[in-house]
Design a protein around this ligand. Structure first.
Ligand code: ADP
Ligand code: MG
Length: 730
């Protein structure tokens, strides 16, 4: 085995799990005690703010709105004192530009006084708004016509928090990021707009059902985060892992996931230590990390939090991803959030569990126990079906990305066709409503909405179909197409916007019926069967992995946008834009800018991968192959000299090495041409298409020969840690 590889492997295998007592204060085990201790939350505010200021701030937090400049100084000062006591000396506006990551620029509290001293200062103005010179973030052309700067503004609905390391801490202020013109340059602004719009329409339905108390309807989100861990020393020998987050070459490990011995298996010691570290740090940030386990692929794991209000859940998931990446280093790992780091084993997703709750605490997606609740549940259910059926293309945009393209439809993850899984019981209920016949096991007479009650729906039986991209799981929907590395904001923005449109259509009809003097029940009797019939094509309880589903989906008229470029092309379709426009979530200009950014992001991702692979081929793989070819040639000559016909195996070995080396060289030349074409593309769209149609296929061809060579070249000469080493060393 090549020396570097061998010593990295030995070091990895002799690494003991990190004792958390040796790193900062991570050894605290009582989560209930430390939960949220790094957050300036309501409790801390109540303790430190004058009563009236606290009350005004608390109202803004629960009901939305902007911080009044009159109290901003008081709030900022209390925050600063708290942060300094917690060891902070800097603050940052923390935002989510369109890079898909989070961004921060730190400033010290230190500020000079006229008499030449230094004091710690943090004013209301510094809290409320910032002006980072963030002109290098993608804007899709929005900024250039106005001015280069982007502006940040505090989102008071999310509390500020500190991020600490061994040497100090920084106060983080979650902020919006927007252009001079007021247009959104981030994902937080449209998410908040979508949540407001959704609440307005959902409340209309609740009012029709006689609910006079609910003030707001909130979306809750619980994102299950999957990830891979790879030993850092092994990863360091692979430019693809270090620079792209996935392997661009690698023959399959003789042992992969087929024994199912990793899934839910005992968590390896070093990984356990890492998980405990991550969980405790997250809990201090008020992030309710709850569940941990081994996932299906070797080296793959999952972390699931308890669900939270959607805006907070999105922020918290971004923080979780940062924490996973960051803390992996201290445990000697690299954390891969990529959707498909390894070919041939399962990829990583992020199941986006989503539900709606009114401000009285009722989950609107919970089938009820009274006829009244049932009818209301059926209205929301019909709205979900309508949203997904009519606006599937918009939802598909919530689950794109160069990485996710390798995962969706790859026989382990849902296909790119967005359909809804309801389970047998609920499908039976809906069929009963459509036909007017009772569902098989209700035992009641004619199905009358609002009169009969739903049969009990056991959560267990409804959660068995893992092949559906959008599944009803008892009292929530699970959007499973979202990729592991992505922000969940786009998925939830699309979901909320689509749901807003559907609820609005339904509320319009119901209100019209009631205004015309009909009872709500009569209006429902008329509307629900129609809605369920119209949208039943989107319900699919079968195997989403099967090829037959593609054909069937086509006959049902469900769109299949198999890759990111196709999905993003449809962003500018009138009916897709209409979803976001109608819900007031994004303006046309914001959408066109986003479309451009998405094309560009995709193309750049693929281009970087292509460049990395080319370099690995020319500097690592081909040299090893030539070396092997050379010694194979010498061996062949030697064998031929001493035997007459005993050289068959040697010639065959040499022939294969020679052939794959030659073909790899050719494929690399094709890849280089494709990359050049990509660079020469006229615009972002063209560049994205070239990346998909020329760069990716060339990479795939390179990979086939490189993988074949890995199995032909002496282990002594092969420079890259293998799949077996990467996947099974923890
Ligand atoms: P699994 O899908 O692995 O069986 P669960 O369905 O119990 O596990 O939960 C997965 C995720 O769904 C968790 O993050 C959980 O907090 C979240 N979740 C549970 N109930 C809801 C809900 N009503 N709304 C949104 N998310 C929820
Ligand atoms: Mg789940």
């Amino acid at each position: 085995m090549k020396h570097q590889r061998s010593s990295a492997l030995q070091e990895a295998l002799s690494t003991a799990p990190l004792r958390l007592s040796t790193v900062s204060d991570a050894a605290t085990t009582d989560g209930a005690e430390t939960f949220g201790c790094h957050v300036f939350g309501l409790d801390a505010m109540r303790k430190r703010l004058p009563k009236d200021v606290y009350r005004r701030l608390a109202r803004i937090i629960s009901e939305g709105g902007r911080l009044d400049p009159a109290i901003a100084d008081v709030v900022a000062n209390a925050m600063k004192d708290w942060a300094i006591e917690m060891g902070a000396d800097h603050y940052t506006h923390w935002f989510q530009p369109m890079t898909g990551l989070t961004a921060e620029k730190h400033d010290a509290f230190l500020s000079p006084t006229p008499d030449g001293h230094m004091i710690n200062e943090f004013s209301g103005k510094m809290l409320i708004s910032g002006e980072p010179d963030a002109s290098s973030f993608p804007s899709g052309g929005i900024r250039s016509t106005f001015e280069a700067r982007g502006y940040t503004a505090w989102d008071p609905s999310v509390p500020v928090f500190i991020v600490r390391n061994d040497n100090g801490a920084t106060l983080h202020i979650p902020t919006f990021f927007y252009a001079y013109s007021g247009e959104a340059l981030d994902r937080k602004i449209p998410l908040l707009r979508s949540l407001d719009a959704l609440s307005v329409q959902a409340l209309r339905i609740l009012r029709l059902f006689g609910n006079t108390t609910a003030q707001r309807v909130r979306a809750s989100v619980g994102p299950e985060q999957e990830y891979f861990l790879v030993d850092r020393r092994l990863a360091a020998l692979r430019p693809d892992i270090m620079l792209t987050g996935r392997t661009l070459q690698g023959a399959a490990s003789p042992k992969g996931q087929e024994m199912e011995d990793h899934y839910f298996g005992a968590i390896p010691g070093r990984v356990m230590s890492f998980m405990q570290d991550v969980e405790r740090e997250l809990q201090k940030l008020g992030i309710p990390a709850k569940t941990r386990h081994n996932e299906v692929a070797p080296g793959q794991f999952e972390l699931a939090p308890i669900y939270e209000e959607a805006n907070i859940a999105c922020d918290h998931n971004m923080l979780t991803m940062n924490m996973l990446r960051h803390l992996a280093a201290r445990h000697g790992f690299v954390c891969l959030l990529h959707e498909k780091p390894f070919a041939g084993v399962n990829g990583s997703g992020k199941h986006n569990n989503w539900s709606l709750t009114d401000s009285d605490g009722n989950n609107l997606l919970n089938p009820g126990s009274t006829p009244q609740d049932n009818a209301q549940f059926l209205v929301f259910l019909a709205a979900v079906l309508r949203a997904v059926h009519l606006h599937g293309a918009a939802l598909r945009l919530g689950a794109i990305g160069a990485g996710n393209d390798h995962r969706l439809g790859a026989n382990e993850a849902p296909p790119a066709i967005i359909s809804v899984f309801l389970g047998q019981e609920l499908t039976g209920v809906i069929e009963g409503i459509i036909t007017g016949k009772p569902a098989p096991d209700t035992g009641s007479g004619v199905m009358e909405i609002g009169v009969s009650s739903l049969p009990p729906l056991p959560i267990d039986t409804s959660d068995r179909n893992r092949t559906s991209p959008f599944a009803f799981t008892g009292n929530k929907f699970e959007f499973r197409a979202v990729g592991s590395s992505q922000s969940v904001a786009p998925a939830n923005i699309a979901l909320n916007a689509a749901m807003t449109c559907a609820l609005q259509d339904i509320a319009d009809e119901l209100e019209k019926g009631v205004a015309a003097g009909r009872t709500l029940n009569a209006t429902l009797q008329d509307l629900l069967p129609r809605l369920f019939r119209q949208h039943s094509p989107v319900v699919f309880n079968g195997n989403g992995y099967a090829d037959a589903w593609k054909d069937e989906a086509a006959t049902r008229g469900l769109p299949n946008y198999p890759d990111t470029v196709t999905a993003v092309e449809h962003y500018s379709d009138a009916d897709v834009m209409q979803v976001f426009l109608r819900a007031g979530v994004l303006s046309e200009r914001e959408m066109l800018a986003r479309q451009e950014i998405l094309f560009e992001h995709y193309a750049k991702t693929v281009r970087i991968e292509g460049d990395v692979l080319l370099r690995m081929i020319s500097r690592q793989i081909l040299p090893a192959a030539r070396h092997a070819e050379d010694s194979a040639a010498r061996l062949l000559m030697h064998v031929r000299a001493v035997t007459e016909n005993g050289d068959q195996a040697e010639s065959e070995h040499f022939r294969k090495l020679h052939a794959h080396t030659g073909q790899l060289q050719q494929a690399a030349a094709t890849l280089a041409d494709a990359l050049a074409a990509c660079r020469a593309a006229s615009d972002a769209h063209d560049m994205a298409r070239t990346a998909r149609d020329a760069v990716l296929p060339a990479m795939q061809l390179c990979r086939e020969h490189a993988d074949a060579l890995e199995l032909l070249v002496d282990d002594e000469l092969w420079p890259l840690p293998t799949y077996a080493e990467l996947l099974w060393t923890h």
